[in-house]
Design a protein around this ligand. Structure first.
Ligand code: ATP
Length: 373
């Protein structure tokens, strides 16, 4: 079915042709078309300056679009005042009231709207974010992660249709970030409201969201479930932004129904057609570092897979769960290979000769003509 900008039957958030240009003709968000299904945990992921925050601010009503529309649950809210939208935002800075205790911080929105059953609702929220014990403390007496949960409770108590999270974990250290990612995901599963999370951290987006939209220079490059984006990137930008990729230049020499044969630096490899996005002859064979097996010359570990001989280890980094190798290939390119430390294989040393192998279905092929890297 065609996608109408204003469709009363679509209950999610629909952005259509959403554009924001600033003075000097600079377009921060460029004709964005985006559907965020109701109840989903959606991440807007991209590098600094790609337009994520501007998009979020337009949804919140803090920025007026240059053109396009924002329709939520069938209602056009493009020009609605921020407080008239069923949308709340949690910022990285938390913006808690320092003089109010946790209970009153969370109660704030309800009191302002003269809502009934304040005590009951606040207690329920504090339980949800596991801060019942802290309710009479002041924000300054809480840890960063706890303050973040107060900010979340304060936004959720208003029962917004959409909760916007703008880099909400940016101020936390790595360990706490990881814990909070899982915590926020648990809360979203419980409340079932639509969450839109803005981040430049790909691991964070993939951990938390059920759908990730990768944004680059004002447009969405690709959107999908985390595993789908990771396994099937459609551009070198997505391949490199989500995790690490080895991209090896090659020429398509033949195409069959289920497999494309690519010659890269004199070696032929096969890539399944289901995962290729190449119209021309020049492509990038993409292979993730953890999908490659390192073997001694002639070992053919993943036979009947692709085997690439002639590598030399140039760097070995032991990082606990894995060992990360750099391998210089005969054509001069250095590839990254991650090996899980199961303890079942010996580690390779710098200077050792190795061959690489991988199963065809692990590789993907990208169009070189469409995409300058
Ligand atoms: P970050 O993660 O660094 O916040 P972002 O992806 O959220 O980046 P935006 O904040 O949306 O990016 O900014 C997108 C672009 O628009 C940037 O180049 C920024 O400099 C520009 N921009 C944002 N706000 C304004 C403004 N008020 N006036 C002019 N340019 C702006």
């Amino acid at each position: 079915a065609a996608r109408a900008a204003s469709d009363p039957t679509y209950d999610g958030l629909r952005l259509s042709g959403l554009t924001k240009s600033f003075g000097g003709g600079f377009t921060a968000v460029d004709a964005l078309d985006l559907d965020v299904p109701k109840g989903s945990f959606f991440a807007l992921l991209g590098p600094s300056g790609c337009g994520k925050t501007t998009t979020l601010r337009m949804v919140a009503g803090l920025e007026t679009p240059t053109s396009g529309s924002i329709v939520l649950g069938g209602n056009d809210i493009t020009y609605a005042k921020p407080y008239r939208r069923p949308v709340n935002t949690v910022f990285q800075s938390y913006a808690l009231f320092p003089h109010l205790d946790i209970f009153e911080n969370v109660a704030f929105g309800l009191r302002r709207r003269k809502s009934a059953q304040v005590k009951e609702k606040v207690e329920q929220m504090l339980e949800l974010v596991e801060l019942t014990e802290q309710s009479r403390k002041k924000p300054a007496q809480l840890s960063g992660g706890q303050q973040q949960r107060v900010a979340l409770a304060r936004a959720l108590i208003n029962e917004p249709e959409v909760l916007l999270l703008d880099e909400p974990l940016g101020a936390l250290d790595l360990k706490l970030r990881r814990a909070m990612q899982i915590e926020i995901k648990r809360i979203q599963t419980e409340v079932q409201q639509t969450f839109i999370h803005v981040t430049h951290d790909q691991e964070e987006a993939m951990t938390m969201a059920d759908t990730v939209a990768v944004m680059n220079a004002g447009v969405i490059e690709q959107m999908g479930a985390p595993a789908e984006l990771y396994e099937n990137p459609r551009s070198t930008f997505v391949a490199n932004f989500l995790g690490q990729s080895n991209l090896i230049s090659g020429t398509v020499v033949s195409r069959a129904a289920d497999v494309v044969t690519v010659e890269m630096h004199g070696i032929q490899v096969s890539v399944p057609t289901g995962r290729t996005h190449v119209d021309g002859d020049q492509g990038w064979v993409g292979i993730r570092p953890e999908k490659v097996l390192l073997g001694e010359p002639g070992e053919q570990l993943d036979a009947p897979g692709n085997t690439i001989p002639g590598g030399v280890i140039t760097d070995v980094s032991f990082v606990g769960v894995s060992t990360q190798y750099l391998v210089r290939m005969p054509w001069g390119q250095e590839l990254q290979i991650f090996e899980q430390n199961t303890g079942r294989r010996r580690m390779f040393a710098s200077g050792e000769k190795v061959e690489l192998s991988w199963r065809p279905e692990y590789a993907f092929l990208l169009d070189q003509s469409q995409d300058a890297t």
